[in-house]
Structure formats: C-alpha cells, structure tokens
Design a protein around this ligand. Sequence first.
Ligand SMILES: [Mg+2]
Length: 397
Amino acid sequence: MKITAVEPILLKGQQTYQSSASGAEATDNGDWQLLVRVQTDEGLSGWSDVETLATVAVPIIKGPGMSVLGFKCLSELLVGEDPLDVERLWETLYIGSAYYGRRGVVMHCISAIDNCLWSIRAQAANLPLCQLLGGRRRERVTAYASTLFRETPKATAEAARVYVDKGFSAVKFGWGVFGEDAGLDLEILAAAREALGPDRHLLVDPGWYPAGWKNPRAWRPRSLAQNIALVQRLAPFKVGWCEDFIHPERFDEYAMVRKESPVPIAAGEQVATAWEFERFISPTDETRRCVDVIQPDLSRCGGLSVALQVARMAERANIELVPHSWLTDLLTAYSLHLIATLPRAPFVEFNVSQSELTRGVCGGQLKLEPGGTVAIPTGSGAGVTVDEEFVRKHQVA
Ligand SMILES: [Mg+2]
C-alpha cells in the first residue's frame, strides 16, 4: 500500500471561544478547525483533527518545502511511503522537519498524521483500533463533562445541575475567571460541589496563565507558594484532581507542589514527545515525578505512537492516564481506543462545549449513555466517520 495524499483541510466557523456569564454552555474553538486526511492507493483513508494554529499548519503539511534536510513539508516526506510503517514514518517526519519543528505546530501536525496512519493500519487489518493497539479491556468508560468555569457561583451551580440532569457522574470546570480572585474561587467551588452532591467527581483546571486567558499581556505567574496554597484550597471540596496550573516547562515546580498537595495533580496536555513525557512522569524516580494523572493530548503529543509509549511509562510509575481530548469526536474516538487498552481507566474527557464547527465534523456520533459512560467505538479503524458534506460546506481554500 502507498500513501497518495496528505491533505490539510481548513474549516471556518462563525463562533468564538468563550465562557458564559450565565449557566449557558461555553464554546470551544468555533472559528477555525484543521483536519488532516491521509489517502492511499488502496482506497483506505485516515482522518484526524488537530488542535493548533490552523492557518499556519496548512503550509507545514502541504507547502513548498526546502531542499535542505530538516526543512521539508510533511506531505512530501510521506507520499509514496507505506502507511503501515507507522512508527518509522513518525521518525521520518520528525527528522525531516527537525530544523524548524520538533515541538509546537509541527508536532501537532505530526500527531494528526500519526493518528491517521494508525487508523489506516487498523482498517487494513479490519480491526477496531484498540485491538491493534493492544486489546480491548473494557466496552465503555466513565465520561466527565469538560467545560469552562462560569463567571459566578450561581451560574456555575446552574451549569453543574445541567450535567447532573444529563447523567454525568463527573464534571471538570476549567479556566475562565478561576484564579483571578481567591475568594471568588472558593465560592465557585463551593457552589459546584453543592450542585454536584457529595459523590460525583469534581475536577478543576485552573489553567497556567491566570488573568491571561483573555489577554496574554495581563499574565502574572503564580509563585511556588501561591501554587501550593492553591492546591490546599481545593482539598475541602473533594476535588478529584487539579490540572495543568503550572508553567509546563517548570518540571521541578510540579514535583515540589505535588509533594505538598492534598489533591492529585494532573497535567500533560502541553507535553510532547516521549523524551519530555519521560521527564514529566519520571517512572523510576518518584521524587522527581510531576503528576498523579498524566494527560497526553493525542492531537498534540506526537499522536498515538507517542501516547502508547506514555501508557507504558504510566504503567511503570503506576499512575493514571486520562487523555486530554477537548476537540471533535475524532480526537475523543482516538482517545477512547487508547483508553480501551489501559489497565485502569478512570475517565474519558467528553467535550460538552463543542461549537457548531467542532460538533459538525462527526455530527455528534459519540453519545453519553446510561451510567454516565461512553462506549468504545467498535467499527474498523477509529470507528467514527467524518460528515464529508459538512466538511465541504465549511472548507476554505
Ligand atoms: Mg486542561
């Protein structure tokens, strides 16, 4: 089999990323969304979404590369190759773009392509992806509703009650106003905990740029002492984890805060490549470990090829792995297949804030089912299909 095309597909929508002053749902990236499609000469094709600066990613995937090694565009490195050689091709992409890539937008694009190749490999074997990745250990997993903090305690409680009514047993609030005023934070957390009741899971993602989420110029980092105080403030609300609240390059600070924290520490959505995860998880030295829950994002970390290595590291460290997945149902489906293979699987992140654009890509195929769970897809490959008519309608040149 040969790869015949690697296409960036840029979609434009009409909504913007926003939280809400009321209990109404927040919105994820509703203005731009990038998809990648890898096609083969045997008619098989793989699709992936990718969370990145979409307009910049397009020429990285399919633009004029340079003749010097390390400055290639990604499609020219792949066309003509056998898509089944997934991990070899990951190295080809990494080396071929190494001078301008290795992290950031290029790694996001490599991640998406890698997911497409795994999907093609599973389709070629006529297997659901999880069976190719190591085997299905479960049919379904508990979903947590993943959304942004609302601006007031009342609005947050209102939102939490909606998720309870929908059947969720776990909710994560993130970003928004959280972190700007410690007193308001406590009131919002108390309201969320009360609305969820004592037994449902409450997960908190304060974000690592407090005050900077609307305006990067306003960003003021929390000190080490402030980060320790933050996790200590969460304890009375029985918070399941505190997520991604330290500058992602500050490995040592993560380890220091984790030692003092009464709540589990989760992070990893900003981490990419096995080398970085090795340092972040520190499988053989618990004193340097940054997290209790590692959260690789399959559209940013280097794709399933890297996530599989992360799963082995997490197993050696005996910590939890919950993929970060706050995009279209494609990313959720890839995440579900990885989750299906794990020895323990507390949650799948379920994006309840999808814009018309991100929801439209798969048309809402993944659904919350009784017991607050989502089923691992059973079809061949990733097991969800792209609504190609929707994609054509929203595609821009
Ligand atoms: Mg997060």
